[in-house]
Design a binder for this molecule. Structure first.
Ligand SMILES: Cc1cc2nc3c(=O)[nH]c(=O)nc-3n(C[C@H](O)[C@H](O)[C@H](O)COP(=O)(O)OP(=O)(O)OC[C@H]3O[C@@H](n4cnc5c(N)ncnc54)[C@H](O)[C@@H]3O)c2cc1C
Length: 401
């Protein structure tokens, strides 16, 4: 696999090799059947934890490997896992996405309690923002958290929550002051066994634990608030700005696998007396796929490096927001096209259940939707561009959940 981009350090390259070895041996589905994927998901998480990979999702005082969350490492791991199993990638990614708000804004005791369990794999994390009536427009959420004495009382519904139903805790975004709009949004950790908190499962096209959440008079202690009241929206944005780059990395892994499958299939399959790989029409397709994948690789690791550099310097870098959206947009759209072409090159074999390209075809689809659909990424990119050329603009882009 090419590692031509100069955004990675030696430690990242070593991590990539380790993840590849681990995922090849312990992550790739071995059967054409899809047994209970929830059981599989739990088993995969255990293996990922045993390999020490969850130590990359939180900072060092709380079980993490480094004093910070290194976005390039997350990208390297997601790319490596996604090549073999999207389910493994989801289980890893959600431990990061669901705990990052606590890393950003949690009190020391919340970090001790939740992050240590996330990094050991004992607790499964979630990020609960989307609602039936609030998807791309995340600021319009209707869940409310009313303070009464030492507790918040939560009422509302969440939808499309990854790990919903199997998680141990949920970072729930709710309005503590609905009159203030997005400025009245707060982030609150809700443990799964709180009274008034229920879930039910949803099914999507590829194995992915996901569900709905219902909160009715659900009481949690005020100590579970992340940061201060009103900081929820900023926590959402800061989390997604970092994590959407990692979605691009997962898409990159899926696309790389598709190209690998297409290359070996076309070399081995003979029609009209020669290997498919000798037909110019297919050779050009392979060349386009490889070129677009290389461009994805550069965009993803460039964005991740920008995020890591800004974090190390302790400053915000608007160009990393732009880079992150471009990486997610380009890598996910490219992966969809690359996988489609790889499937086409397999002919009928490509749609047979159990073929790797058939699995990739189902696995890629959701990545163009979650953490800000492609259209929303375009709006963010356009907003950043126009703001840069029109100082003083206050227009806000759509919110990417
Ligand atoms: C597999 C999966 C996992 C998910 N996991 C989570 C999770 O863990 N936590 C969580 O909170 N959410 C999660 N989501 C929800 C996801 O973030 C939302 O589905 C996504 O933000 C889109 O919201 P929506 O589905 O309500 O679509 P809508 O917002 O209704 O959008 C529908 C379509 O309209 C387009 N659109 C919307 N606004 C605009 C605009 N201004 N300009 C142009 N086009 C626009 C969208 O791009 C989309 O194509 C998950 C979703 C999926 C599919």
């Amino acid at each position: 696999m090419t590692e031509s981009v100069g955004f990675l350090e030696q430690a990242h390259l070593e991590l990539a090799a380790r993840v590849d070895q681990f995922a090849r041996a312990q992550v790739e589905p071995r059967s054409t059947e899809e047994p209970d994927y929830i059981t599989q998901a739990r088993e995969l998480l255990k293996r990922i934890a045993a390999e020490g990979l969850l130590r990359y999702v939180a900072p060092s005082p709380y079980g993490g490997l480094h004093p910070y969350v290194d976005i390039r490492s997350l990208c390297v791991i997601r790319r490596g896992l996604a090549r073999y199993s999207s389910l493994a990638d989801t289980m890893f990614a959600m431990q990061g996405l669901g705990s990052y708000p606590i890393t950003l804004a949690g009190s020391d005791s919340l970090k001790q309690k939740f992050l240590t369990q996330v990094t050991s794999g004992e607790a499964i994390a979630t990020f609960a923002l989307t609602e039936p009536l609030a998807g791309s427009d995340a600021a319009s959420i209707r869940t409310v958290a009313r303070r009464e004495g030492g507790e918040y009382i939560l009422d509302g519904d969440k939808k499309f929550i990854s790990n919903g139903g199997i998680a141990d805790f949920y970072v729930v975004f709710a309005k503590t002051d609905p009159a203030l709009g997005r400025k009245g949004m707060s982030a609150i950790v809700v443990e799964k066994d709180r009274p008034g908190f229920t879930t039910n499962a949803l099914e999507v096209i590829a194995p992915h634990p996901i569900g709905e959440v219902h909160m009715e008079g659900c009481r949690v202690p005020v100590e579970n608030l992340l940061g201060r009241e009103g900081e929820g929206y900023s926590i959402v944005m800061r989390t997604l700005e970092s994590f959407r780059t990692t979605v691009g990395a997962a898409a990159l892994g899926l696309a790389e696998r598709a190209l690998q499958e297409a290359t070996s299939y076309t070399k081995g399959r003979v029609q009209f007396g020669k290997a498919l790989s000798e037909f110019q029409g297919l050779r050009f397709m392979l060349a386009d796929m490889a070129t677009e994948i290389e461009a994805s690789r550069v965009l993803v690791f460039q964005a991740a490096a920008k995020l890591d550099t800004a974090r190390n310097a302790g400053r915000e870098d608007p160009s990393s927001v732009l880079a992150s959206s471009m990486a997610k947009l380009y890598a996910t759209e490219t992966a969809q096209q690359v996988i489609d072409r790889a499937l086409q090159m397999h002919g009928g074999t490509g749609v047979l259940k159990g073929t790797v390209v058939e699995r990739l075809y189902r696995e890629i689809r959701a990545l163009r939707v979650y953490e800000g659909a492609s259209e929303v990424q375009k709006e963010i990119i356009a907003h950043q561009l126009l703001r840069a050329s029109q100082n003083g603009s206050t227009a806000a882009p759509p919110k990417a959940s």
